[in-house]
Design a protein around this ligand. Structure first.
Ligand SMILES: NC(=O)c1ccc[n+]([C@@H]2O[C@H](COP(=O)([O-])OP(=O)(O)OC[C@H]3O[C@@H](n4cnc5c(N)ncnc54)[C@H](O)[C@@H]3O)[C@@H](O)[C@H]2O)c1
Length: 251
């Protein structure tokens, strides 16, 4: 039987690359995204059968619970959850100083990035308590911005992604007795839409010069790490963060 993966924010960018990677590895991929038309197009282009897309706002508790109910009734138990949906609010492409950050932008960023990860992980774990799966996995998306304090990202984004990294460790402890691993991937400077809010292509060479591997990352670089974490080969890793950043930050 193929393993079922629920991937949030899979319509485009890093999420779309994760969808392709998981499908190539033989998983059935259910994409949940605000942008339903783009999500449907991404799902339709995946190799293999059974992939589908659904509209979801990860920050809304009732939507998350009802989508999990529907998916598990129609498709069966979800084995793999990838919490990739995220937002970075950068008005004018500039990092806003804390003293100019509106409360609504702070709240919205945390609602999607941190609350959304919590709501999806909670919905998944609630159902796995009742219906266990083989090789259960949660993968969250952190960011090098959270690890470094960021240079281009807002304080709200940095704070929200730090919350994701802490939550990932807490979830790893609590999910371990269920045989479920919980790990994070922390992308560095990745050529995907979120980065392009603050970096025009003319700036790529200078940016690459600050990265030991001398290039920006690709969505596929991030997807490869997610693919490994959800594979049975990664069964003894939990509570870790895999940095996919070309050496931009070393521990
Ligand atoms: N691009 C980078 O350089 C970079 C670096 C570090 C971390 N990340 C993280 O990787 C992930 C993907 O980044 P990306 O560059 O592909 O971003 P992106 O903006 O291209 O894609 C984000 C996806 O999430 C969806 N989304 C946004 N809000 C949502 C919500 N409330 N509910 C459901 N879906 C929602 C969007 O529709 C979109 O499909 C994010 O979590 C981001 O924070 C990206």
């Amino acid at each position: 039987m193929t393993r079922l993966a629920l991937l949030t924010g899979g319509a485009r960018g890093i999420g779309a690359a994760i969808a392709r990677r998981l499908a190539e590895d033989g998983l059935t991929v259910l994409i949940a995204d605000l942008e339903i038309e783009a999500a449907q197009a991404t799902a339709a282009a995946l190799p293999g059968k059974g992939h589908a897309a659904f509209k979801l706002d990860v920050s809304v508790e009732a939507e998350v619970e009802s989508l999990f109910d529907r998916l598990e009734a129609e498709h069966g138990a979800i084995s793999v959850l990838v919490c990739n949906a995220g937002v970075l609010i950068l008005p004018g492409g500039q990092r806003p100083p804390i003293w100019e950050t509106p409360l609504e932008e702070w709240e919205k960023t945390h609602a999607v990035n941190t609350r959304g990860t919590f709501l999806c992980a909670r919905a998944y774990l609630r159902r796995r308590l009742k219906t266990p799966v083989q090789d259960g996995r949660i993968v969250t998306l952190g960011s090098v911005a959270a690890q470094l304090g960021g240079y281009r990202s807002s304080s709200a984004y940095i704070s929200s992604k730090s919350g994701v990294l802490g939550f990932t460790k807490a979830a790893a402890r609590e999910a371990a007795p269920l045989g479920i691993t919980v790990n994070a991937v922390a992308p560095g400077v990745i050529d995907a839409p979120m980065l392009r809010q603050s970096l025009a292509p003319e700036g790529d060479a200078a940016m690459a010069g600050a990265i030991p591997l001398n290039r920006l990352g690709t969505p596929e670089d991030v997807a490869a790490a997610v693919g490994y974490l959800v594979s049975p080969a990664a069964s003894y890793l939990t509570g870790v963060t895999i940095d996919v950043n070309g050496g931009y930050r070393m521990q």
